[in-house]
Design a protein around this ligand. Structure first.
Ligand code: FAD
Length: 385
């Protein structure tokens, strides 16, 4: 299928790289719940994961449109960028709010891949979506913070050197707004004393390298504080547009993969002596998913355009993420149904991509929370929580 595309040269190069990692590679990783280290190394070596880092720190300083194109192509090729996409954008918090010393110490290494910053510790078991209720604390003691608590769903923590950690530095009952008193620490996990930081993998329905993380009197140098103490929630929020946009691009890539597969198979598979694609019962769900994907793609382009102009496209980025996650899920469903029984066979890759695509209804933000944002912040309806 031909799609109207931007950044065609980058896309072409990404497609070539992805061709070295066919379905067989991903099936093996999935079966063993193994980290796709070779794929991540290839992306790192090609410089794609440093796409958004300014040239002065050794990155490619590309617009977010290019980063979105890279991730979309990875997913359109049947690969999965979840093992490393956070290396692209987690550094944004450090870039925008970190000190010069932090930027000089870490960004060049993140750009060339020698330092991995792809662990993002926000979600906790008891607070869930209500971030301001998180319980992990960082207590200042001289020139360091002592961190205690627990995070859950901290993806890639085992494959990261640094973790961007959100924790409470002032108790909730001592701040005016519940989102005040939270701070961001850039934790160098390589330096933590044994026993103070424990990472336990969580097996999930897809291969995602996600973990739970425990902090037991973990000493973090005060120099790891990003920006001002107590303003961490705002810093985390400031990175959300980029994350929404890039995940949306991955969903668009997934949707294209499912639609390509489904429409090709519908033309090939003959039942009752004619292609199943002649039946409108087969055609229509694929055509509908395609239409939903194209509409979502337009919203994504609008979010990207505004982001690259330096505006704050919270509305567009959230809508793009929701619409493209819905489109990829509709495409996944149509693709599986079109393949009948074969859709369930591992060697077709559809069941694997199907499991992977489901995540984006829930993470990094669930559809309900996006709808609530649109209802309250865009349409001005009363707050529900
Ligand atoms: C594979 C995976 C990887 C992840 N990686 C990371 C990571 O790297 N770092 C990180 O910090 N987090 C990560 N997450 C966490 C993810 O962001 C959360 O799972 C997600 O935000 C939902 O939070 P929750 O699971 O606590 O659900 P809950 O907050 O417990 O919510 C449960 C359900 O209730 C709904 N709900 C809750 N409140 C409301 C409301 N007011 N109105 C309507 N509906 C509501 C939610 O939408 C959801 O469907 C990951 C999660 C998964 C599954």
């Amino acid at each position: 299928m031909n799609y109207a595309l931007d950044h065609t040269e980058i896309r072409e190069e990404v497609r070539k790289l992805c061709a070295r990692f066919p379905g067989e590679y991903w099936r093996r990783c999935d079966r063993e719940q193994a980290y796709p280290a070779e794929f991540v190394a290839a992306l790192t070596e090609a410089g794609y994961l440093g796409a958004l880092i300014p040239e002065e720190f050794g990155g490619a300083e590309l617009p977010i449109a290019a980063a979105a194109a890279i991730l979309e192509e990875i997913h359109h090729a049947g690969c999965n960028a979840a093992a490393c996409h956070a290396q692209m954008y987690t550094m944004g918090t450090v870039l925008r709010h970190g000190s010069d010393a932090q930027k000089d110490a870490y960004l060049p290494g993140i750009a060339d891949g020698s330092i991995r910053l792809q662990a993002f510790g926000v979600t906790e078991p008891t607070s869930g979506t209500d971030t301001s209720a998180l319980r992990t604390t960082a207590r200042r003691e001289g020139d360091r913070y002592i961190v205690n608590g627990q995070k859950i769903w901290t993806s890639r923590a085992e494959h990261s050197d640094l973790m961007l950690l959100l924790c409470r530095t002032t108790p909730r009952d001592q701040v005016e707004k519940r989102t005040d008193g939270l701070s961001v620490l850039l934790v160098d996990m390589r330096e933590m004393p044994p026993g103070s930081l424990t990472i336990r993998p969580i097996r999930t329905m897809m291969n995602h390298a996600t973990t739970e993380v425990f902090f037991d009197n973990m000493p973090v140098p005060a120099s790891a504080l990003v920006g001002e103490e107590g303003r961490g929630f705002r810093y985390i929020l400031s990175g959300m547009n980029a994350e929404r946009i890039l995940i949306s691009a991955e969903c668009i890539g997934d949707a294209k993969w499912f639609i390509d597969r489904a429409s090709a198979y519908a033309g090939e598979r003959k039942v009752f002596g004619r292609p199943i694609g002649q039946n409108q019962g087969i055609q229509f769900p694929i055509a509908k998913a395609y239409s939903a994907m194209r509409a979502a793609e337009l919203m994504l382009r609008e979010a990207v355009r505004l982001y690259d102009l330096g505006e704050n496209p919270g509305e567009e980025a959230n809508m793009a993420k929701m619409l493209s996650a819905d489109a990829s899920w509709a495409a996944a469903e149509a693709c599986l149904q079109t393949h009948g029984g074969f859709g369930f066979a591992e060697e077709y890759d559809i069941e694997r991509k199907f499991r992977e695509a489901r995540l984006y209804q829930v993470a990094p933000i669930s559809t309900n929370l996006i709808l609530s944002y649109i209802a309250e912040h865009v349409l001005g309806m009363p707050r529900s929580y």
